[in-house]
Design a protein around this ligand. Sequence first.
Ligand code: GLN
Length: 538
Amino acid sequence: MTTNPKYIFVTGGVSSSLGKGIIAASLAKLLQSQGYRATIQKLDPYINIDPGTLNPYEHGECYVTDDGAETDLDLGHYERFLNVPTSQANNVTTGRIYQSVIDKERRGEFLGKTVQVIPHITDEIKRRIQILGNSGDYDIVITEIGGTVGDIESLPYIEAVRQLEWDLGEHNTCVIHLTLVPYLSAAGELKTKPTQHSVKTLMESGVQADILVCRTEHKLSDGLKTKLARFCNVKKEAVIESIDASTIYDVPNLMLEEGLDKVVLSQLKLKSSVPDLSRWNEFLKRHKNPKSEVTIGLIGKYVELQDSYKSILEAFIHAGAENEVKVNVEPIHSEYLSESNIEFKLGHLDGVLVAPGFGERGIEGKIDAVRFVREHNIPFLGICLGMQMAVIEYARNVLKLPKANSVEMDEQTPDPVINLMASQKGVVNKGGTMRLGTWDCQLDKESIAYNVYNSELITERHRHRFELNNDYKTKLEEAGMKATGFNPETGLVEIVEIPANDWFVGVQYHPEYKSTVKSPHPLFVAFVGAALKYNKKK
Ligand code: GLN
């Protein structure tokens, strides 16, 4: 639609966690709804090559793309809002930038020059920013710069933005600065000074914000907007209020009301029209007007952290809207579950999801939980480690192999029902070496999975090292746990079900990564449907 791609940069000031990802995704949604092909990229200023090796306490969930990139969770928001897949190019870290530059230096490609932050690191940042634009697939690339202006580690990124503004020329770039306008209750006032300082910090690096998006708990008065515009050197219509919303899915409409899309498009000299948000708003209507409710237990070991199971929580929102039911997700810490309190903690639930995870902590509680839901015929969805726990539980309590385990937890187990994948043997490095990204899965026609997907061959995203040990498959099947999906190339079991139960499904892959507002994931939709049925029957 445009001749050359346009670039929008989103920087953050005053505080972290203001929701740059949601603002970027909401703006992209508004642009997409006016016919522009928009994508979003996240630049993370930390030294890790990717967040794959980061613990959820550090950085929340690790999101996985089709091409197997382990990425920042903001990419999940981009996909959920836009319904367009992202890839490795959509998430770049300082570690990756430096790694490319150092590899180049080792190959002698700098021809004897001294390698420096400017121009070599900044050139690599600029190259990475333009990969998506140069692909020809997008009219507009929104680049979100992680961290907060003024951080030492963000400086090369801001410098790259400054240079790109010159390289690309007028009306081809736009800088949005997201800040906080705090309310001081003692003074009874909203305060603009932190924003003024933050804009000045950005200017010290030679970048002038074109648009301010101001996070606030109270409405910004006209006078306050005028003041911010004057002190921060932006047009008044470029001061955008971003008031706290009850759901992140309200933000595109809030940004539309504030005219964010209009100021951006005018800055980029692009035509603006009325965005078609009809489908989005239909989803919102269903989300906000549920006809009934269900309570689903989310069993994991990071449940106290909002961001650790982000994609699962969002997939429940999409599936809830689809079923016109409110899904109350009850976080349950698996470390504190035991046979003695299980009835009390799980007895009232309409469904149980056992979450993905790594390592031994909290494992026994997950196994106890699976036993309880299996024996009480409560709808169950196990994802990745959750599926593996379902297999272990069945082996221990139905096949009567009391020491059955995953070799991840017990290398010496006499019954390794979950084993290290052959392709993982000998893998030493931890980063980027799991079975990652999209793989095919062939479904058994006699299964819940087939009914759910309505297709014999599906593709789903993965992130694991261990698998169901096929030596135990026949024994499990004879005892009533069926493998209903497998990878055609390797024979690896992707799905298990217990046909004697009403709805018991464990999947080795991660359906949550593919659920979007436009395409709620069918497995989550069916699981919530099963929970609703169970609730009505109770
Ligand atoms: N730890 C398990 C494995 O590596 C499960 C991984 C996960 O839940 N993502 O196979």
